[in-house]
Design a protein around this ligand. Sequence first.
Ligand code: PLP
Length: 443
Amino acid sequence: DREQQRFADSHPASRANWERGKRHFLYGGPSHWMRRWAGGFPPYVEEAKGARLTDVDGKSYVDFCLGDTGGMCGHAPEAVTDAAIRQLQRGTTTMLPTEESLWVGEELARRFGLPYWTLTTSATDANRGAIRFSRMVTGRDKVLVFSGCYHGGVEEAHVELRDGKVSLRNMIHPNGVDHTRVSKVVEFNDFDAVRAALADRDVAVVLMEPVMTNFGMIPVAEGFLDFVREETRKTGTLLIIDETHTISSGPGGYTRLHGLEPDFFVAGKAIAGGIPAGIFGVSQETAEKIWAAVPYVNPRQRQSAHLGIGGTLAGNALTIATMKAVLESVLTPANFEKMIANARRLAEGARAVISANNLPWHVTQIGARAEIMFTPRPPRNGADVIATRRGDLETLLHAFYMNEGILVTPFHTMFLMCPATTEADVDHHTVVFGRFVELLKQE
Ligand code: PLP
């Protein structure tokens, strides 16, 4: 409370904006996440550039939140800004493709290893599209997800395992529609539960992150991803690997790094440098099944049909131009190397503080993403997170960071590196984290 009060007292302009915004925004503002950690309102942004952000109260932050991955390219990277300005002057939405899309399609196939792509305006829509195609192709209606997952506004994934049963997740009001009829949910890393859930052959598709990132970072158990792939193939079930967050693992995402073979590959957020965009890739085999099930989708047909996947603004010329700039100049192997080295440095710095103070905490780092957790070892699944989570410490640390000029992703103490993040930014975190531990010791 003291840290939240400290933040509130030092942000009069943001507080006044929030009071004004509350009158017309259902959630108080177009973005409301950080209010939970700050003094009941978010700081309003004056400018975000590279790895830094300044608010309207004149406070500057090292940004490790990076738009919860949407800003993973760094804020306003020059290549993306230039491409956006150029395209804005030449028109954005025409219902016709631009030639730049040709390069984008070729690059997505080369980079992520799936031959066919669909563009949407968000990762949520990409997941929904992949689910819809899965149902068409398999004739089944159920979706299997893992407890603690988040895949955007996908109703089928707004479930969790409670007392061994699929239940609507606390955070989501049922709205009178019971999505649990079409969802199955099991714990992450539970081999037997996956086998049992797929054995009924009523699951159209498994929707998963390769490493869970939305309930704290939950690393995947040895062999689990291969096992899921094997069981899905055996039972005629499709597999969506949602890389919206784990795209931070490397230039080809976690999929390319670990040789995964999904039927659908989903990404969004960072893919167009922060301009709204989602993508999903489709394997050759699945594309052929889609064309067999819905011939009008096949580009070899003269007629086409609208399946309600994608959308009017999906793949518009602005998105295409910025996606090209991102793939060509920002999310490059060299930049990933730098981002991952900084994530490693951050994890090592935090681990040094933890071990110097004999704390029963740990740091997980996967690619350009790192997280401090207040448990001795990483959780194995969602149930483990629920049993061991220290929400009180998370809240205190978040508020302390914000007062000390550091932003981390909402909900968890997760850090993301962008190409503009410097070693000095990372070392600043180590110092602040050390101060936090000192503060705790004094209390
Ligand atoms: N998939 C994952 C793994 C996510 O973490 C999120 C959002 O946090 C989404 C999908 C949805 O992305 P968007 O909000 O851009 O639709």
